[in-house]
Design a protein around this ligand. Structure first.
Ligand SMILES: CC(C)(COP(=O)(O)OP(=O)(O)OC[C@H]1O[C@@H](n2cnc3c(N)ncnc32)[C@H](O)[C@@H]1OP(=O)(O)O)[C@@H](O)C(=O)NCCC(=O)NCCS
Length: 196
């Protein structure tokens, strides 16, 4: 459960992370383009430390980690909390990282769509949420395309380049997903519906 299985998108696939992925993870976490945009999963570290982290992640009860690949090449990772501690079953996205050398090729949107199909159409979750820095144009664009809306804002939370930026809290309810995506490009049948 804590290392995700296969989720297939059009151009990208989410798959179980392996030890071979860890040097790339470490490189992304050190990359200032990533660090500027979002919080890192862990700080860069020696290979042995990363192996420990992967073992710990495999034991995690609530958070699931996937690697993202395209045409057999590793290009990113996703980590999400899944569960229903309070209220209906929901996902909370914690890390969504595409290799900075592969940005702006459409991989982020494709992987995000596949992941949310899995959340809503397959796992039947009721809600998904995450936070982002207000100047994270790419992530905001993907979130809006998917159907997220802002429901809260932390003012002047992150400081860089001599100024503060806000943190935006986004949520997508199941209904918003269904309205936008249910009848097209459906990868998984809704639970309880027979195949047509
Ligand atoms: C957010 C992230 C995953 C997007 O990955 P990506 O593969 O570059 O995304 P895409 O190529 O699918 O682009 C998505 C949209 O954002 C737009 N976009 C991407 N980078 C942009 C930029 N720097 N400026 C303006 N628009 C940008 C794209 O044009 C596209 O919009 P479109 O579909 O209308 O053309 C990637 O930038 C990343 O890893 N960032 C660091 C981690 C992070 O911020 N994660 C999200 C918060 S958890």
């Amino acid at each position: 459960m804590a290392l995700g299985g296969i989720v297939i998108g059009k151009r990208t696939t989410l798959r179980t992370p392996t030890e071979d992925d860890l040097p790339s993870y470490s490189r992304w976490m050190a990359d200032m383009r990533v660090r500027r945009a979002a919080g890192v999963w862990h700080q860069p570290a020696m290979p042995a430390t990363w192996k420990e982290r992967l073992k710990e992640q495999a034991k995690e009860q609530r958070a699931v980690l996937w690697s993202i690949e395209t045409e057999g090449r590793l290009i990113g990772l996703v980590r999400a909390r899944l569960g229903s501690l309070e209220g209906p079953p929901a996902a909370h996205l914690q890390h969504f990282i595409v290799d900075p050398d592969q940005w702006r090729k459409g991989y982020g949107l494709d992987a995000a769509l596949a992941l949310h199909r899995y959340f809503f159409d397959y796992l039947d979750l009721k809600r998904s949420g995450f936070e982002l820095r207000a100047d994270n144009v790419a992530a905001l664009r993907i979130a809006e395309r998917l159907g997220y809306t802002e429901f809260g804002r932390g003012h002047q939370v992150h400081y860089r380049d001599g100024a503060y930026v806000d943190e935006v809290w986004l949520v997508m309810q199941r209904e918003a997903w269904d309205e936008r995506w249910a009848e097209k490009e459906r990868e998984y049948l809704p639970l309880g519906k027979a195949p047509r």
